[in-house]
Design a protein around this ligand. Structure first.
Ligand code: MTE
Ligand code: HPA
Ligand code: MOS
Length: 780
């Protein structure tokens, strides 16, 4: 089924926050962000701004009627700076004026006095100074200490992955409209209406039931609006409370990029040990997460990095410790993959380093260590694995051996262009890692003309969840999807929702829709049986009418609904779904946190221009475990989009702050995202279809985030092309691998020609095999 939004999208008729018709008397807000990353707020001179014609009022922390606090997991994030500033862009004041332009001009006229304090931007420095958001976490399986002695080869290294700007097309924003009796409707560009409701309620000091947070759709979220939509909504709502007028604020692109958090940069130290046969026996890992100035979702992101630190591999002895480090950057936040990609990158770097040192093809090591059904993840869950199936299907379908030969031939024949290839397996757990968040509700009404509306807690942000909800109801009622409308997500219709996140939105909300529809169907079947005078066990709904014993009865959907109505049978249902079987004990760091895992394998082919460092991603060919995709068109779109976003993170998107914590890449002229010219020349997607039961809606596995991690393959394909040109290149393991870094890598020299390899970012060869392991590149 086609995406239900496709017509209004292509005609430009879809409604986003900025398209909502304005109510008379609407005022416009703009926030002033701190110009310094860390300091004591000494003074805020509002006089020049206040005297600007058209300015209505300027709000600061003094105007907060409830609590000046928007921290979700940890209450450590003031809405307005009060006394101290902790990051560049931290809101200091909120101007409300008769127009957007006046509000923004007034912001520029506010004079700020801040006494600067030392700034930390590096997570390792923060960790060394004890600046942690939450205590560190350690996941452990087996016993690495005793496993090292059994290892034939041990390698160590450091790896770094940088942040990533969400660049949703629709910037952050909110529009608060006062209603009667102290109620407010807040339109918010949020993935988490309930989180906005909770934050606004706290800041305003009014009960949650006064607040209808309404979301029709987002122009993208990608995790950036899971937690970080709250502040803007709170600013607008607070101002509309004081002024009794509607207040709207849609951030400019520059403000959005500068004031909001991004994907967390991570630095990592790793140590990997292998047996003679290439089996990974032990893996130790320390992760330093750059959380930014406040907790935001960082503790949950940190946890997912640990969950995915062994990616698709089985490693019997693992010890992984992760620190969430407080720095003076804007609080970093959820971003597609939610810490998973950062954890996975390190194990891929470790395996690739081991392969290089052992003179092996990385894919041989990868394949040998793929997790099998029955094997245990470091957090205790037992795998139901499709890892090898995806890998082997990719190998045969895309003729991996022929590709390897093609690349070797090309590289032998060409001096200044080199090709590289990589395999990227992915294994991603589906469920919020916090078990209590895995629930959803749906409200279904059938009207007397047979038309249907559904509302769930799901937020449509381009991922196609609304279409999938309609599909579920259409399948359960067996009616034309055109008879079904999905309504805007609203905290007055559906309460206490989890964010639309963790790729679990369609599963959770879809199951709730399924349950609500099932209840209504059961009532309708009883009505049909009574109307037709037959046994209820014999009736069913099919193709818009009632069937008895396998044949159409002549009783149509619409008549059936009218019959139910006249019999005073309820045509509405509100259902609650909570994922069964999942649990996790954080005191032991063990359990069964995921409903299931999504697997897949991508083969990436690149060509590197060895004179200039420029490169192209020639092709990415994927086998993706979908279970049984309920909408292959939408799922394909998710795979393509996620993949390209992952490639961007790994190759060209470079978030740069200076050492004072000021963002240098605050516009699209300095921050490069993939465009049509840098997208892969070819994306091939094949679904691994399985018949096995799983907890996904209609067995159609979640697809939102896992494909992003196929993009990691681009990094290692490029790294292999660099090594093909210069086998002794010194390439720090540091993503993104921009053309500049590729160029420097191509012409880098070993720092220690004698073969010593203990510089930062590279490997030391230790352990029993140290003397026999070649430190010269195997390609020499
Ligand atoms: N696809 C589009 N077009 N826009 C988005 O903002 N967000 C991603 C992914 N795909 C996103 C997207 C993220 S971060 C998640 S968690 C999932 O969609 C959320 O939706 P789902 O749970 O329905 O997969
Ligand atoms: N994934 C995405 N978002 C989340 C999660 C998660 O596991 N936990 C809390 N928010
Ligand atoms: Mo997605 S990062 O879970 O919003």
């Amino acid at each position: 089924m086609k995406n239900i939004d496709s017509i209004t999208h292509t005609r430009g008729q879809s409604i986003y926050l900025d398209d909502i018709p304005l109510i008379q008397g609407t005022l416009f807000g703009a926030a002033l962000g701190s110009p310094l990353a860390h300091g004591i707020l000494k003074g805020l001179d509002l006089s020049a701004a206040e005297s600007l014609p058209g300015v209505v009022r300027i709000f600061t922390h003094k105007d907060v009627t409830g609590e000046n606090q928007i921290g979700g997991i940890v209450p450590d994030e003031p809405l307005f700076a009060d006394g101290h500033v902790h990051f560049c862009g931290m809101p200091l004041a909120f101007v409300v004026a008769h127009s957007d332009e006046i509000a923004r001009e007034a912001v520029r006229k506010i004079r700020v006095e801040i006494e600067p304090l030392p700034v930390i931007t590096d997570p390792r420095e923060a960790q060394a100074k004890g600046e942690l958001i939450v205590p560190p976490r350690t996941f452990q399986l087996g016993d690495t200490q005793s496993a090292w002695k059994d290892c034939a080869h041990i390698f160590e290294g450091r790896s770094d992955t940088n942040g990533q700007e969400h660049l949703y097309i629709e910037t952050q924003g909110a529009y608060s409209v006062p209603l009667e009796n102290g109620n407010f409707r807040v339109y918010s560009s949020t993935q988490a209406p309930t989180a906005v409701q909770r934050a606004v309620s706290k800041v305003m000091g009014i009960p949650m039931h006064c607040l209808d947070i309404e979301v029709t759709r987002l122009g993208g979220g990608f995790g950036g609006k899971e937690d970080q939509a709250n502040g803007w909504a709170a600013l607008c709502a607070l101002a509309s409370l004081h002024l009794g007028q509607p207040v709207k604020y849609a951030l400019s692109r520059a403000d959005d990029i500068a004031m909001t958090g991004k994907r967390h940069p991570y630095s990592a130290d790793f140590r990997i040990g292998l047996g003679k046969d290439g089996k990974i026996l032990a893996y130790e890992l320390t992760l330093f997460q750059n959380a930014g100035a406040a907790a935001d979702l960082s503790p949950a992101v940190l946890e997912r990095s640990l969950f995915h630190c062994t990616n698709s591999y089985f490693i019997p002895n693992v010890k992984a410790t992760a620190y969430s480090c407080r720095t003076h950057l804007p609080p970093n936040t959820a971003f597609r993959g939610f810490g998973g990609p950062q954890g996975m990158f390190v194990i891929e770097a470790a395996i690739s380093l081991a392969a290089e040192k052992l003179g092996m093809d990385t894919s041989v090591l990868q394949k040998k260590n793929l997790i099998r059904t029955g094997e245990e993840f470091p957090y205790g869950q037992i795998a139901q694995s499709e890892a090898l199936e995806c890998w082997e299907k990719a190998e045969s379908l895309y003729q991996a051996d022929a590709l390897r030969k093609e690349i070797a031939d090309f590289n032998a024949a060409n001096a200044l262009f080199k090709k590289g290839m990589s395999f990227q397996p992915v294994c991603f757990g589906i469920s919020f890692t916090k078990t209590f968040m895995n629930h959803a509700r749906a409200l279904v009404h059938v009207y007397t003309d047979g038309s249907v509306t559904i509302t769930t807690g799901a937020v449509e942000m381009g991922q196609g969840v609304s279409t999938k909800m309609v599909q579920v109801a259409a399948a359960m009622f067996s009616i034309d999807p055109a008879k079904i409308r999905i309504q805007a997500t609203s905290t007055w219709r559906i309460a206490n929702t989890s964010p639309s996140a963790a790729s679990a939105t369609a599963d959770l909300n879809g199951k709730a829709v399924l349950m609500a529809c099932t209840e209504i169907v059961n009532r309708l079947l009883a009505v049909a049986a009574a109307e037709l005078g037959v046994d209820a066990a014999l009736v069913g709904l099919k193709d818009g009418s009632v069937w008895v014993n396998g044949t159409p009865s002549g009783l149509g959907w619409k008549q059936l609904i009218l019959a139910a109505f006249t019999r005073r049978v309820s045509l509405s249902e509100h259902a609650h779904y909570a994922t069964p079987d999942i649990h996790f004990d954080p005191s032991k760091e063990k359990g069964h946190p995921f409903a299931y895992h999504v697997y897949g394998t991508a083969i990436t082919l690149v060509t590197l221009d060895c004179l200039r460092g420029r490169y192209t991603i020639d092709a990415v060919r994927v086998v993706h475990d979908s279970g049984a995709s309920m909408n292959p068109l939408i799922d394909k779109g998710q795979i393509e989009g996620g993949l390209v976003q992952g490639i961007g993170w790994m190759t060209m998107e470079e978030v740069l702050y200076d050492d004072k914590g000021k963002l240098l890449t605050n516009a699209l002229s300095t921050y490069k995202v993939p465009d049509i010219y840098s997208a892969p020349g070819e994306i091939a997607i094949d679904f691994l279809h399985t018949e096995k039961d799983n907890l996904a809606i209609f067995r159609s596995k979640a697809v939102g985030e896992p494909p992003l991690m196929y993009g990691i393959g681009a990094y290692f394909a490029l790294a292999s092309a660099i090594k093909a040109f210069n086998p002794s290149a010194v390439l720090p393991i540091s993503a993104p691998l921009t053309p500049e870094k590729a160029l420097m890598g191509l012409y880098s020299q070993p720092l220690y020609p004698d073969g010593q390899q203990d510089r930062p970012g590279h490997s030391a060869v230790t352990g029993p095999m140290a003397s026999s392991t070649a430190t010269r590149s195997p390609h020499e």
